[in-house]
Each structure stands twice: as C-alpha cells, then as structure tokens.
Design a protein around this ligand. Sequence first.
Ligand code: FAD
Ligand code: NAP
Ligand code: SF4
Length: 671
Amino acid sequence: MKSFPHLLSPLDLGFTTLRNRTLMGSMHTGLEEAENGYARMAAFYGERAKGGCALIVTGGIAPSEAGRVGVGGSVMNTLEEAHHHRPVTEAVHREGGKIAMQILHTGRYGYHDKIVGASPLRAPINMFRPHPLTQEEIFSTIEEFATCASLAREAGYDGVEIMGSEGYLINQFIAKRTNNREDDWGGSFENRIRFPLEIIKAVRKKVGKDFIIIYRLSMLDLVEEGGNIEEVLHLAKEVEKAGATIINTGIGWHEARIPTIAMMVPRAAFTWVTAKVKGHVGIPLVTSNRINTPEVAEEVLARGDADMISMARPFLADPDFVKKAMEGKSEEINTCIACNQACLDHIFVGKTASCLVNPRACHETELVISPTAKKKKIAVVGAGPGGMSCASTLAERGHEVYLYDAAKEIGGQLNIARRIPGKEEFKETIRYFSNKLNQMGVKLFLEKKVTADDLIAESFDEIVLATGVTPRKPEIPGIESANVMNYVDLVLHGKPAGKNVAVMGAGGIGFDVSLYLSDAGHPFTKENYLKEWGIDSSIPNNGGLTSKTETKSDRKITMLKRSSGKFGANLGKTTGWIHKTSLEDRKVEQISGVIYKSIDSEGIQIEVKGKEMKIPADTIVVCAGQNPRRELLEPLQKAGLTVHLIGGADLAAELDAKRAIDQGTRLAASL
Ligand code: FAD
Ligand code: NAP
Ligand code: SF4
C-alpha cells in the first residue's frame, strides 16, 4: 500500500491547522454566474471538501465593477452578495474543510469597457484599453480589496487569496512591462510593489489576525520586461512582513506564449521556481502547475520544494483525490490529463466548466449516479472512452454488465492518442477505467469481436453500441499505393514513415500526426521542455525568458487540407496555439485550398488556386476524418432489441473523448 506522509501531514498556520498539505487552486468554473449558481457551487466545493481537500480557493471574485472578468462577472462589494455565499462556505465546513475566496481584480485583462490599469497599455490578448488609475483611484481600489475581504469573512470564508500573478492588475503594477508611471506607484521596484503591499496591509487590518491571507505571487512572469529572481525574493519577504499567512506560486502571465499547464508540459515542471523562495520566508509556500498525482506531490514535498501543493484541475477530475491517497488507493484516482478540453476551453467560450474524464464536475446537482431500482443485463460493445465510462457507471448503479472489445486492450482510440508525444497522460484514463471496471464487477471480454448473433443469443435487456469509428479513405486515384497509410497504421501499428511525408487532413488528428512525425525523440523531461520553450531557470531577467533551442524536424513534412483559411482553427481554444507554435518551430509546411488529384510512388499531385503541383512524398498519411462504425445496429434493431448508440458510433463528426465519456456516463445514469 502506498503512503504519502508529507502530503497528508497537517499544517499549523498559528491560529488554525489544515488537515493536510493540499490546496485546491482557484478555478473560474462559470458556476459563479450560473442560474442556481450558489447551490451548485455548494455541491461542487462540498464534494471536494468531503473528499479530503484541506483548503479550497474559489474562482476569482472581483472587489469592484472595474475588476470584473467580463460583463456580469461576479463581484463582492455588498453585504447582500456576501450572504449569497453562505451556502458555499457552510457546505465546505460541514465536511471539515476550509475555504478561501479569491479576490481577483483583472485590471487590463477584464473583458469590458470599464477596465483600469497601472498605465494605459492595452494587453495583446484584449481589445479594450485600460484607464490608468489616478492616485485617488489607487487608494480607493486598495480599500475595495479590504472591504471585499471583510465581506468574505462575513460570508463565512476562512480566508482570502489575493491574486497577484498571471498578469492581472496587481502584477501589472509590479512589472515594468505594464507600469510606466512616474509617481509613487511606478519607477523603482519599491514603488511598483507598493500596491500589493498596501493591499495586504489594508486587508490584514480589516480582517484581524485569525484569518488566512494567501498571496499569489508571480514567481516567473514569462513575458518581456517581467521580473527576475532577486525581485521575487524581495517581494516575498515584504509580502510576509505585510501580513500574509501563505504565499502561493503564480507561473506565467496569460499573454505569455509558453505553455505552463497543458498536457505537453511535464509534470511538476515548475516546482523548482517555488524552491528558490524556500528559506527566504517564514510562512508556508505553495507550489503548483502540472502536479496531478499524489506520487508527484509527495516527491515535491519530500524534496522540500514547498510546504503545500496546489492542484486545481485534479480536483475537477476526482473530488476524492485526497481520500483515495489517504486510503493508499492512488491507482483508483481519476487523473487530470491536463487536456483543458472541458475546463478552460469551456470557460473561454462562456460555458460552465466540467472535466473530460469526469462529466459530473460542476454538474453534481444534475448528473446524479444513483443505484438502479431494476437490475438489468446490459451489453456494451466497444471499450473506448464511451464504452468504458458507460459500462463502469452502469455497473456502479448495480446492473449486470458485459463489455466486449475486439482489441487486446481497453481504451479504443486513446491507445493511439497516448502514443503522441505530449499526450502520454491518456494512459492514466485507461488505467483509471481499467481499475473501475474491475472494481465494479464488469465482465470484460477482450479480443472478442462480437456479432449481432452473439448479442441476440445472450438475451440482453439493453445493448449499447460504443463501437467508435473507421478512418475515412478518400476516393483518390492511387490511394491504394504502397506509400499510403492511415494514422492507425502509423501510430498504433508503428508502420515506418520515410523522410518526406505528406499529411492529408488537418483536423486534430492531422496535427497530432504531424507532431508525432516531427518529434525529435528527446525524452519528455523538464530540462528538454525548458530548452524547447526558452525558459532560463536562473530567472536572471525578462521574466525568465531566453532563446528557444532549435527544434527543426529532420523530416520534411507537408500538411494538406482542402478548405481554405488558417490551419488549426478548430483546435482547442487554450491548447491549439501550442500545437501551431510547435509545428511552426519544427518548420512543418502547410498548404490549404488543396484539390487532391492523384497519388503515385513519388508523391501526391494537387491543385491549388488553379495551379497543379506535385508534393514529393515517400509516405502519405491519411487523416481525413472518420465514419461511424455501426454495422451491428440494423440486425439488432431488426431482432427487436433495445439498442443505444454513443460516441463515434453515434456521430463521428466533431467526436472527441469528452463527448464519448459524457454520453456514456449520461446514458448509464438513465438506464
Ligand atoms: P473508440 O475509441 O473508437 O472505441 C471503439 C472501440 O470499439 C474500439 O476499441 C474497437 O476495437 C471496438 N469495437 C468496434 N467494433 C467492435 C465489435 N464488433 N466488437 C467488439 N469491439 C468492437 N480526443 C480527445 O478528446 N482529445 C484528444 O486529445 C484526442 N486526441 C486524439 C489523438 C489521436 C491520434 C486520435 C486517433 C484520437 C484522438 N482523440 C482525442 C479522439 C478520441 O480518442 C475519440 O474521440 C474517442 O476515442 C472516441 O471514443 P469511442 O468510445 O466513441 O470509440
Ligand atoms: P476532423 O477534425 O474532422 O478532421 C478531418 C480532416 O480531414 C479535415 O482536415 C478535413 O478537412 C479532411 N477531410 C475530411 N473529409 C475528407 C475527404 N473526403 N478527403 C480528404 N480530406 C478530408 O477529424 P480528425 O482529425 O480525424 O479528428 C477526429 C476527432 O478527434 C476530432 O473531431 C477531434 O475533436 C478529435 N481529436 C481531438 C484532438 C484534441 O487535441 N482535442 C486531437 C486529435 C483528435 P478539409 O476538408 O479541409 O481537407
Ligand atoms: Fe483535467 Fe482535462 Fe478534466 Fe480539465 S478537462 S480537469 S484538463 S482532465
């Protein structure tokens, strides 16, 4: 049985004790603004506290209208607002947890026309220009932070987190990049850090001694004219003197062009940053970013990089993360794979957050998994993400479940995805479901390609077809040539590719295949990641930026697509730019508006804007989308059986694992 002595030891804050070293990092979930949002927040946070999380930090709440994330964004500046939060804090306290409210003033990142900043400098990721705060407005903003904190106390919170990183207002005062003031709040470093220090002092004065104040300190800005390590250490000491209880780590501004939390960032890739501050302050330090298992968290704490671990998305993926670690059952944890697909990507398009691997996240009150009143015998065909989630949830509810797959292992296409460099985390989802299927008593049959007759003979009450998709084979003269293969042959079956490759299709799979083909084969380590993205771990100046190591691919790769317009327009909102940047750095060529003419042993003949040309290629990889695989449907329906379709078998267009798992879970909850 695994144990996590550092992670699970209590932490004494002087006036109160945290039950272990886990902190659920702040995440905007959209529940803050949703209908019935406070009841839903209470259920969401309450489940995480019940699961053992020691200290929860809420999504950001603005101290004023100007500080809101966007129009209609949540604010706490009245007693009435504070009272709305009561059910949330009570739910967490009932479960023995503690909860702090994050005070977030977005400054120039706010998406509305009343935004303010240290200086009138527009953010590269925002169309609105901030109004520069006058001295008087600075004093009233400080007061607003203090009032907001005292209202949070009124609402029952155990503390607040003052958001001083990620490029938000406080960070905008601290960095030269965004502060060109010439008064007492700009110029020298002492002047630029006056704003956060005055805020902490004002908050401490208002809330008294026995209230947690977490200060989120930007330790690595990752933008030009960001800070250096001396400044970080100086600020950390001053933050402690000003009255903070805990310092949390912030990595990278939102406008930074370096991935800091996505799947292609190695686990615990930034704890070395927090470690630099260790020994310079007396208050507990929290580290964060890409820590997603108790094993990694334990290693970080045992090494002494920090006193606490902040995990945000891992608590979306599994509310019982800590409980399972306490019981030595870490292999049962549903691990956050850092895909961003259902959490951050949702928030960016104004949808409530959830989780690809756990569709119940933020939907606790609506997606309820309850024991069945009538036990049925149910077959699930296909053990991809759709089938795995459906079968395990059906069995969890008490049904008798038979799960079949033609392949040697469960996982379906996730077994292809996990072989893409930077997507290895998908193996954790397969491991999670493997344990859950076993634990719930699902009868699993591998290497069993079932027929309609097999299913009819077994007299099932219900049948779920989760048979996925088949890769599309476009009708192009020469498509049967020996130099043509599809992504399954290449990635799953390891068919070798030559030095000159054309990739047909530029959807998610075309991008992944191009990343696979252009990968230099360097081990997926923190050191290689820092070099590839140009991060100087001595943080000398410029927010830790340095030049990137060249990553040009040895292979000549040309991506082709029929539609016009930019490549990668449909990739994930918060990760698409990373794939695009990587392929650009690796000098992968891209041609849009292509008409495919023919293929022969020397390459592919295409027409672009009326001009014919040949793309020389010793290998052509087809990534031209997929068709649903549902040959079993008709005979089963003809036999009068009740059949349900989920995942790719239902609809191949715009299919992803998020939809497959969501559909599988929801169907299972309803049968
Ligand atoms: P599948 O995963 O296709 O599984 C269907 C299963 O049914 C297969 O295991 C098959 O063997 C079995 N089967 C079929 N017929 C029978 C039969 N008659 N008897 C028994 N078994 C049968 N999605 C994301 O969300 N994020 C990503 O980052 C991502 N990356 C990807 C990268 C690559 C390279 C690929 C190929 C896919 C990626 N996807 C990603 C897509 C994702 O994997 C699919 O959307 C998802 O797997 C579809 O799930 P499914 O359950 O519908 O079917
Ligand atoms: P896709 O996104 O639908 O892309 C298919 C590509 O093939 C497109 O470029 C399409 O564009 C081209 N195409 C379609 N029909 C064609 C034909 N008859 N001949 C030639 N080209 C054709 O599908 P996918 O790339 O196969 O991905 C499948 C699913 O997996 C996606 O929906 C995606 O969500 C998911 N996935 C997600 C991720 C992720 O990171 N989130 C990664 C991989 C996969 P043109 O018409 O322009 O050529
Ligand atoms: Fe993690 Fe992906 Fe779930 Fe977000 S959607 S919490 S990144 S697994």
